[in-house]
Design a binder for this molecule. Structure first.
Ligand SMILES: [Zn+2]
Length: 292
């Protein structure tokens, strides 16, 4: 079992997917490989530090979190050897080529990424939206071996058949309006790990996010204080999604961008703590119609 997260920034994964990934590992044991790809260099998001300093700190914080959470992470590298700039991500051939190569190399069973926000009245975070659009655009090309050999000539002789993953959208904190989801995972049993890993991103949670006024965060005094803040944040997320408000959950929506699983396959692969949307029958019908 290989599960892959693709998101825009250092720290995104911890807030939307880490709990579910950990529960995947607990279910599948040593057979489970998990990796997080971060698509931007992290240099833009600070009000006091220089771009170089911010990027270096963010990378170090992500490494600390990955060590604690025991997951592999990779800062996406473009064909020219650089990483995409935060805040300026574009769905161009360089980004698509880089995603194509890194997905083919890992060959995940399940790939998680942010959702595409389609309502033009709703605000977006550019980098989140571009990652979502890029994953959608690259999905079919994952198993097209020569698609990006102009960017990666060494792939010319590697016409390997690559399994296309099931692609699932994360809940996105920047998404406003009514939000639908297909299922959630009760991550309470691993919440302490989420707290510890996300607390590694101190330049975000103690400095940048409170300063920019994002997500109504106050500066946590210590990890216990952060535990309480994050607990409240997850409860309010459950309320926003009309989920069970007293539970700590991560929510997901299936796409037909890649392979489409059966309902039974989801039950077999996903952690036992899965909670389906009230309209479970609609999900079964949606999957069946996509598989025809
Ligand atoms: Zn982000």
């Amino acid at each position: 079992m290989k599960i892959l997260s693709i998101h825009a920034h250092f720290d995104d994964f911890e807030f939307v997917g880490l709990g579910t990934f950990e529960l995947f590992r607990q279910k599948h044991g040593d057979c489970c490989e998990m990796k997080a790809i971060i698509c931007t260099d992290g240099k833009a998001g600070h009000h006091l530090r220089s771009r170089e300093e911010t990027g270096a700190i963010r990378l170090k914080e992500q490494a600390q979190s990955a060590k604690l959470g025991d997951f592999e992470f990779e800062l996406l590298t473009l064909p020219d050897g650089t990483s995409p700039r935060e805040g300026a991500l574009q769905t161009d051939s360089n980004l698509l080529a880089a995603l194509w190569k890194t997905i083919r190399e890992f060959e995940p069973d399940y790939l998680f990424c942010p959702p595409i926000i389609t309502d033009p009245l709703l605000g977006i975070h550019n980098d989140h939206q571009v990652v979502a659009e890029a994953v959608r655009k690259i999905a079919y090309m994952i198993n097209v071996p020569h698609c990006f050999t102009p960017e990666y000539p060494d792939q010319e002789l590697q016409s390997k058949w690559i399994k296309t993953p099931v692609i699932i959208n994360y809940f996105d904190e920047y998404q406003k309006g009514s939000i639908t989801y297909d299922f959630a995972i009760d991550i309470e049993s691993v919440f302490d790990l989420i707290v510890a890993c996300s607390y590694c991103h101190s330049s975000q949670i103690k400095e940048w996010l409170p300063w920019v006024g994002a997500h109504d965060l106050k500066v946590p005094a210590d990890e216990a204080d952060w535990h309480s803040t994050l607990n409240d944040k997850y409860f309010s997320r459950s309320q926003k999604l009309d989920l069970i408000p007293e539970k700590l959950l991560e929510a997901f929506t299936l796409t037909s961008w890649g392979n489409v699983p059966t309902f039974e396959q989801l039950l077999e692969d996903f952690p036992k703590a899965i909670i389906f949307n009230k309209n479970e029958q609609a999900l079964k019908e949606k999957l069946d119609s996509w598989r025809q």
